[in-house]
Ligand binder design. Sequence first.
Ligand SMILES: Cc1cc2nc3c(=O)[nH]c(=O)nc-3n(C[C@H](O)[C@H](O)[C@H](O)COP(=O)(O)OP(=O)(O)OC[C@H]3O[C@@H](n4cnc5c(N)ncnc54)[C@H](O)[C@@H]3O)c2cc1C
Length: 477
Amino acid sequence: MNPETLDTQIAVVGAGAAGLAAAVAAAENAADVILLEKRSSPGGNAARAEGLLAAESPVQKRFKIDAQRDVIFRIAMDHAHWKLDPRIVRTFVDRSADTIQWLEDKGVVFSRVPHYYPNQRIRTWHLLSRGGIELVEILVKNGQDLGVRMLKETTAKRLLTDGKGNITGVMADTQEGEFKITAKSVIIATGGYAGNKELLKKYCPQYNENMFCGGLPYTGDGLLMAIEAGAATEGLGLIQFSGHAVPGAPVDLVAVADELNTVWVNKKGERFTDEATSYHRFESINAVIRQPDSFCYTLFDERIKQNIIEKGIIKGVGTVIPPRTKLTGLGKALELEADKGNVRIAGSWDEIAKWIGIKPAVLKATIDEYNAFCDDGYDRLFAKDRRYLDALRTPPYYALRCYPRFLSTIGGIKINHRMEVLDNNDNPIPGLYAAGVDTGGWETDTYNAILSGTTFAFSVNSGRIAAENAARYMMGE
Ligand SMILES: Cc1cc2nc3c(=O)[nH]c(=O)nc-3n(C[C@H](O)[C@H](O)[C@H](O)COP(=O)(O)OP(=O)(O)OC[C@H]3O[C@@H](n4cnc5c(N)ncnc54)[C@H](O)[C@@H]3O)c2cc1C
C-alpha cells in the first residue's frame, strides 16, 4: 500500500542518465533524496547509449587526444549558428572533464575515445567498456550506498506548489494509487516525448507518422508538468534522428539501409542526395526527410550484398556493428523482410520499379545515370566520394523501404546554466530544476555528430549541476 505522504529534501524524477547523476550528486551534497522511476528498472535510454562527450578529460589526456574546451565550445555554438544559450553550453563543456573523473572514481571504465567517423576533427566520444548499462549500474549502486530511496514503477504526475510559485514536491502514482512527496526542490529528468505522437505533431514540424522511434517511447511527462507549473519552453521540436531504416528490421538491415555505396531514391524513383554523407553526419537524414512523405528506398545489387557478407560493411552502426564487420546473416535477414513486404528482391529493375509504384523507365534512367557516374568515377549530380561509387549491375537487385529512425527528442523546458527552470519572464521557478533531454537551449535543429556523445554527456553533466544547485537552494544559499 502507498504511504499517504513521503517527505524528502530533493525529489528527482526519472532514473536515466540525468536523473541518476542528479540523485547521486544530490546525496553526495548531503541531501535526502527520493528518485522516482516510472519503469520497472532504471536506466532509460542511457542503458543503451554508447559513449559520452568530454573536453580535456583525464581519459583524453591519457590517450594524448587534443580536445580543448574552447574548440569544443566554439564547434557547438557554430554548428547551431549561435542559437543556443552559450552559458549553458560553456558550463556543460567546462564541467565535462570533471564528470569523467567523477565517473572513473566510482569505477566506470572508459575503454576508448575513438573517431566516430573517419577524419573526425576532434575525438570526444568516451566509450564505456560495457556501454551505458555500466554507468547505470554503477550510479544505481552508488545511490543505494548513499541512501537514495529509489521508487520504481512510480510515475511523477504533477508538481506541487505553495500557491506563491515555490515548488513543494510532486504527486506520484503507482498501481495502488496516488501519493504525495513533499520536497524542497524537484529535478525533472524524464527523457523527452519521443513516444507521444500528439506532442511530436504539435512541436516538431518535420515529424510524420512514418518515422519511428528506436529509443524508449516517452510521453513528455516532465515537459508537461513543468509547463503546468509555469515553465517557459526553449528548443522544442528537435528530434534526434539516427538515420533511416526498415522499421522493426534486424540491426544488419539497419546497417545496410544507409551503407555508403548504396543508392537512395525517393518514391518518384529519383536520387536526391550524396548517400555517403551518412559516413560523417546525421545530416544525411535531413535529405530523406525533405522527400515526398519523408521516406526513401535503399537500392543495391548482389555484388554489394556479397561484399558486405564476405569483406564486411563499410560504415556499420556505432559500436553495435563496427566498420568491416562481415554480416553473414544478411541474406537470411533480407529474405525474411521480403516475406514481410518491406524489402523487394528482384531479377530486374523493372520489377523493383513496379513494386515502388513508378514507371520502369524512370528508375532505369536513375540507375543508368548513376552507373555512368560510377564508370566515370565522378558523380556529376552530388559529387559523392568516388570511393563509394559502385555500379549496380549484378542481379538480383534489392530495394529496402526505409523511414527516418530517431532515438529521442531534445529540448523543451527552458533552463539557465544552473539548470534552474525559468518562467515566461526568464526568472527561476523556486525549487524547480531540469536536466537531460527534457531541457532546451543546448542543441539545435540537427544533432551535432561532430561532437559525438553530446546528448548522453549533457544529460549526466546537467543532472550533476542541477543537483548541486538544488542542494545549495536547500541550504538557503
Ligand atoms: C540506442 C541508443 C543509443 C544511444 N547512444 C548514444 C551515444 O552513444 N551517445 C550519446 O550522447 N547519446 C546516445 N543516446 C542518447 C542518450 O541515451 C540520451 O541522450 C540520454 O539517455 C538522455 O538522458 P535522460 O536522462 O534525459 O533520459 P533517459 O536516460 O532516457 O532517462 C529518462 C528516465 O525517466 C523515466 N521517466 C519518464 N517519465 C517519468 C515519470 N513521469 N516519472 C518517473 N520517471 C519517468 C524513464 O523511464 C527513464 O528511466 C542513445 C540513445 C539510444 C536509444
